[in-house]
Design a protein. Structure first.
Length: 159
């Protein structure tokens, strides 16, 4: 983990107990709906929640029959996620060096995380590496001018 990643992790550890990180996701939540629409039927599928925070999507997708692994770089958030999404494994890791074999996951979700990753290319490469052939990743972020937005939108198309 780089010094910048350690700094970011430390800040998330400080904020872990705040309302910034909900424990649950509403059934009509836009991000959950978009995830299910993109990934399709998640029953019996193996899904990675990259940046799982307190495990709200781990919990929701597990309840729908997916086998979900949560990953976060904040130990404090993972401690809560392990209780909130009991029965689903959670792993302390950075998005740029995932501790999983190639072609492990049917789906990867990365919700409100990309803007906090300093090495975006490395993270995207890792997401692609751990996806099975034909697997799908969904990346949702709330900040169109966050880290790396210019790689997805040219000349202010996001404005």
């Amino acid at each position: 983990m780089t010094d910048l990643e350690r700094l970011i992790s430390g800040r998330f550890d400080e904020l872990a107990a705040t309302p910034m990180f909900p424990r649950d996701v509403a059934p009509d939540d836009f991000e959950l709906g978009a995830t299910l629409e993109w990934l399709g039927d998640v029953r019996s599928r193996v899904v990675l929640d990259l940046g799982c925070a307190r495990g709200r999507f781990v919990k929701a997708l597990s309840a729908l029959g997916a086998r979900v692994v949560g990953v976060d770089r904040s130990l404090q958030l993972l401690h809560t996620a392990s209780k909130n999404a009991a029965g689903s494994p959670v792993v302390l890791s950075t998005a740029t060096r995932l501790p999983f074999a190639d072609s492990t996951y049917d789906g990867v979700l990365c919700i409100e995380v990309i803007e906090h990753i300093p090495e975006l290319e490395a993270a995207l490469s890792e997401i692609a590496r751990v996806l099975k052939p034909g697997g799908r990743a969904i990346i949702i972020d709330k900040n169109p001018v966050g880290v790396g937005y210019h790689r997805f939108y040219h000349d202010g198309a996001a404005r």
